[in-house]
Design a protein around this ligand. Structure first.
Ligand code: G3P
Length: 226
C-alpha cells in the first residue's frame, strides 16, 4: 500500500521522508500556490528531496485535451525523474488520458467522485485514480464506500489501475479506505504524522526508560553494557 504526501511544502516533505517510509508526493494547483514560490524550481526542489525514484504527481492546468497533452509532455521533461501527470476526469481529461497512454506518459485521474468516473479513467489508461474521500463526504456521500466500490470494479474486471485515495480530514477516514482495499493513500503531512500520535506511546517509552535507569543508572544499552 502506497503512502504518499499530499503537499508541496519542502520542509514538511523533508521531515516525513526522513522519518517515514514515503513512496511519493502529490501536488495540485491549490497546494502549489500555497507555497508562494515559482512553480518549476519548487518542483525541482521537491524532486531533490525525494530523489529520482519516488513518484512525484503534478497536475495540469489546461482544460482541452490537446493542451493537457502538451503540458504533460513539458512537465515530464522539465522536472525529470518518476513523474505522474494528474488529469481531472472531465471529457477532455479522459481524452487526454487516452492520448497520454499512447505516448507512454503515466497519469493519475483526479477529482474522482464516483465509481463510474474511475472506471472510465482506468479504461482510458490511467495508472491511478484519486477518489476525493472527504469532499465526497461533504456532499453527504460516502467516500469510503466509493473507494470500496472502485477497488471492487477494478478487481472484478481485471483493470490494472490503482486507487490512490485522496482528500482526508482525519486518520479514521484513512484507516477506513485502507480496509476498503485502496492501493494507497495521499494525505497532508499533519495527518500522516498523526498515525503515530497516541499519548500511550510516549508514556510507555518513558516508563521503560525510568525502569531501566532505576536498575542500571544508564540511559541506553550502549552505556549499560560498557
Ligand atoms: O490530492 C487531492 C487533495 O489534495 C484534495 O484534498 O483536502 O483539498 O479535499 P482536499
Amino acid at each position: 500500500m502506497q503512502l504518499v504526501i499530499d503537499s508541496a511544502n519542502v520542509e514538511s516533505i523533508k521531515r516525513l521522508v526522513e522519518y517515514f517510509p514515503i513512496d511519493g508526493v502529490t501536488t495540485n494547483p491549490s497546494i502549489v500556490v500555497k507555497e508562494n514560490k515559482p512553480f518549476l524550481p519548487l518542483m525541482k526542489e521537491i524532486r531533490d528531496v525525494i530523489g529520482e525514484e519516488k513518484e512525484l504527481f503534478v497536475q495540469v492546468i489546461s482544460t482541452s485535451a490537446e493542451d493537457i497533452v502538451e503540458e504533460a509532455k513539458v512537465i515530464t521533461e522539465s522536472i525529470g525523474g518518476n513523474i505522474i501527470i494528474k488529469v481531472p476526469v472531465t471529457f477532455e481529461g479522459i481524452k487526454a488520458i487516452k492520448r497520454l497512454k499512447k505516448v507512454s506518459i503515466r497519469t493519475l485521474a483526479t477529482t474522482v467522485y464516483t465509481p463510474m468516473n474511475a472506471y472510465l479513467a482506468a479504461k482510458a489508461g490511467a495508472e491511478y485514480v484519486a477518489p476525493y474521500v472527504n469532499r465526497i463526504d461533504n456532499l453527504t456521500g460516502d467516500g469510503v464506500k466509493v473507494v470500496a466500490e472502485i477497488t471492487k470494479i477494478f478487481t472484478q474486471h481485471n483493470l490494472s489501475c490503482k486507487v490512490l485515495a485522496a482528500s482526508f480530514k482525519n486518520t479514521q477516514q484513512i484507516q477506513n479506505v485502507c480496509l476498503a482495499g485502496a492501493h494507497g493513500i495521499t494525505a497532508a503531512p499533519e495527518l500522516i504524522e498523526a498515525f503515530v500520535n497516541h499519548p500511550s506511546i510516549e508514556a510507555n517509552v518513558e516508563q521503560f526508560k525510568q525502569d531501566w535507569i532505576s536498575q542500571y543508572g544508564e540511559e541506553s544499552i550502549l552505556t549499560t553494557i560498557k
